[in-house]
Ligand binder design. Sequence first.
Ligand code: DTR
Ligand code: CA
Ligand code: ZN
Ligand code: ZN
Length: 433
Amino acid sequence: MNISVPRRVTAVAALAALALAGLTGTAGAESRAAVAAPDIPLANVKQHLTDLQSIATANGGNRAHGRTGYKASIDFVKAKLDAAGYTTTIQQFTSSGATGYNLIADWPGGDPNQVLMAGAHLDSVSSGAGINDNGSGSAAVLETALAVARSGYQPSKHLRFGWWGAEELGLVGSKYYVSQLPTAERSKVSGYLNFDMIGSPNPGYFVYDDDPAIEQTFKNYFAGLGVPTEIETEGDGRSDHASFKNVGIPVGGLFTGASRVKTSAQVSKWGGTATAFDRCYHSSCDNTSNINDTALDRNSDAVAHAIWALSGTTTPPTGTVFENTADVSVPDNGAAVTSTVNVTGITGNAPSNLAVGVDIVHTYRGDLVVDLVAPDGSVYSLSNRSGGSADNIVQTFTVNASSEVANGAWKLRVQDKASVDTGYINNFKLTFP
Ligand code: DTR
Ligand code: CA
Ligand code: ZN
Ligand code: ZN
């Protein structure tokens, strides 16, 4: 049944939805999420650290650039993200005569012209497992990415996560990533959030003093916890955010301290002892015992808070909606099928931000090729065998359809290209702003 009935969702309804969420977007220093970030389970983050420790133990005691432990770490993180539905890319580079690897993970959806990034270096020094430096940042970013997938979060901005190689050799991996990013792509990155050592055993709570909006976002989060923060004065140039800052991308981040000694004033503020924030910095004792759970938990939740707060959120599209709710079975490893909406009453061409609502119920979404077919037959790829073993595709894609006449029969075309897993098109919706 094709119910292509124009339905106007008013801006008022959208604002009401935001108000119901308890927050409405505010201008000014910090953008606030209309949807609150989920709590990041400390147990999950610590399990990632345990796994990274096991990797180090099984590979000569470290996860350093050029060593087997580093590549094993990359493969470990990649596998979790593939299973969660991310589009992952491994980028190779050479440093000190050895092959290095960056891992990039894109969460499908969001405005490709507004990319919010978060990252952490995944390599350790050769003297140890690198659990605080920087398993802590890597694990917190990984678990936040998995929380995005679990919640099916569909923010306005496109989310991209990065795990960098050879940071300990001089920010080599992140420098390489940025150097390979075309200028036009760099300008699309609205911010890069860096997390390097965020679980130090004698922690301080430091916020990078770079981009004001990002800095304020973190400061507000910790103020909400009643935890005082200080500006990270040692950080400039000391971690991967420098690679992004050097090409003009707004940056921010968190840090709990390295070999510097906590002052008595800081002890009064944060507790702990007037000793090094991390006495195992770059040492063999940087293992799973070298973590303060409270600091790791607070900072992991701060990562999620910043991702949600700075990525906007998909406010209900206003405009005219055409949808087809009829179920269309997708033959297993068979011919393509389509769901059609007949668009009428729209003047001129379709917009550059046509909202394409896809709802496909199907186990192992990686079997599927999903395209939008315009009335004139033009094909726009929405998903091409991506997402691996994760189930279902329930997502709003933003398509630049401005070269297409709006009125006519638009089709969602779905083909299952592998045997065993099956499913059906549950709903197909187009929203014209
Ligand atoms: N260079 C980082 C550790 C580090 C030292 N100072 C800061 C300031 C901000 C972030 C990180 C750091 C490393 O050894 O990986
Ligand atoms: Ca938590
Ligand atoms: Zn280090
Ligand atoms: Zn580090």
